[in-house]
Design a protein around this ligand. Structure first.
Ligand SMILES: [Zn+2]
Length: 75
């Protein structure tokens, strides 16, 4: 009787642990996907910044990097 209930308790704990682990993994995966999406978004913003930097042109007169097409006046 004791042995049977002990196995039953162990089985219940095992099932609980498995369910908990599955939930934990699903939760973690959901968060990692969200995090990756955030990183990709941030990466896009960085590449946008880089493209803005590429659009910067060096002023032939003062050597300052100014945005292309901007009304830059040398001081
Ligand atoms: Zn200049």
């Amino acid at each position: 009787m004791f042995g049977f209930s002990f196995v039953k308790i162990l089985f219940t704990i095992a099932v609980m642990v498995i369910v908990w682990q599955v939930f934990k993994r699903l939760h973690k995966r959901k968060y990692s996907i969200k995090d990756r999406m955030g990183k990709v978004k941030r990466k896009d913003q960085v590449s946008d910044d880089q493209s803005q930097v590429e659009d910067m042109v060096k002023c032939p007169d003062c050597g300052a990097y100014v945005p292309e097409g901007s009304n830059h006046t040398c001081t």
